[in-house]
Design a protein around this ligand. Structure first.
Ligand SMILES: [Zn+2]
Length: 298
């Protein structure tokens, strides 16, 4: 990749009750020198100020599902997040002016996902950066969503370079000093990595990477009306990124019965019992664990 990464958007508050990103962005806005690097510029953004003010995930609908190409052209969609999505694009990718090259979107999760890096795409630059971040802390995991790349409805998908950082477990509306500081460490490491890359002195990266590739999701047991009939099995709670073998317990019904995993191969669940996903009918996201080569160059 010959192009330099000159402008980075650092985003928090895409979900207003994920306080790690909200307060990290506010801290960087208060102390902008912390983001200074010679070869690049960082634009900080609180994506959903109203949701931040109201300490909720969203006002009308999930902002991180609003970056759908057709919908962005539809001016009749005028909910708060639908309008914010259009404003954010205007700010990050202004017509006729240089836009951002990379997005770092800061989130937190109630699941036990440690420091999870979700690259925006399988672009070699993202994979090398992710492999590098994996060397910095033992709780770093790299997880690729089912809908990554330009067709994803997520904010990070506006440009191919960058990632979402998901840290957890932490409750919605709560700050954890440890996760706050580790997220800050990752942001600083990303800026250092990009700065070194821009100067032609790329930091050394491992030549392979463990990637958790999302392949689907499981919903909770429900009745015909959609009412919950059980919860995550206690043996599975907080076991994100651990192997789940066929037949192993996944849910326990309110009647006390265990429901086993029906798949026929081992998977690695993430976002187990994520609070925000009950309404999305997602009890966990299933991934496959892959070891992939991190290629040099394009
Ligand atoms: Zn989030």
């Amino acid at each position: 990749m010959a192009d330099l990464v000159k402008r980075i958007a650092l985003v928090g508050g895409t979900h207003g009750n994920e306080l790690t990103g909200v307060y990290l962005v506010k801290k960087f806005q208060q102390y902008p020198d912390l983001l200074k690097r010679n070869s690049l510029e960082v634009l900080t953004l609180l994506a959903s100020p109203r949701a931040v003010a109201e300490n909720c995930r969203y006002i009308d609908r999930d902002l991180n599902r609003c970056f759908v190409n057709d919908e962005l052209l539809d001016l009749t969609l005028a909910g708060y997040e639908e309008r914010r999505a259009k404003e954010i694009i205007g700010q990050l990718l202004p017509p006729g002016r240089p836009g951002i090259d990379m997005i770092i979107d800061l989130h937190s999760t109630t699941a036990n996902m440690g420091l999870s890096i979700l690259p925006s795409s399988k672009h070699p630059f993202n994979l090398r950066l992710s492999a590098y971040l994996g060397t910095l802390d033992s709780s770093v995991r790299v997880c690729l969503g089912e809908s990554s790349g330009p067709d994803s409805p997520m904010l990070r998908s506006l440009v191919p370079l960058g990632c979402t950082i998901e840290v957890g477990p932490v409750a919605q509306g709560v700050l954890s000093a440890e996760l706050f500081e580790k997220t800050e460490m990752l942001v600083q490491a990303i800026l250092d990595y990009v700065d070194a890359y821009n100067r032609g002195a790329a930091l050394p990266t491992p030549d392979s990477l463990i990637l958790y590739q999302a392949i689907g999701s499981l919903d909770y047991p429900r009745d015909a009306a959609g009412e919950l009939q059980g919860a995550i099995h206690p043996q599975l709670q907080f076991q994100d990124y651990e192997p789940l073998v066929p037949g192993a317990p996944v849910f326990r019904t309110f009647a006390g019965e265990s429901i086993g995993y029906l798949g026929n191969s081992t998977v690695f669940p993430v976002f187990i019992n994520e609070a925000a996903y009950y309404e999305k009918n997602i009890a966990m996201v299933l991934t496959e664990k892959q070891q992939i080569k991190v290629v040099d160059g394009e």
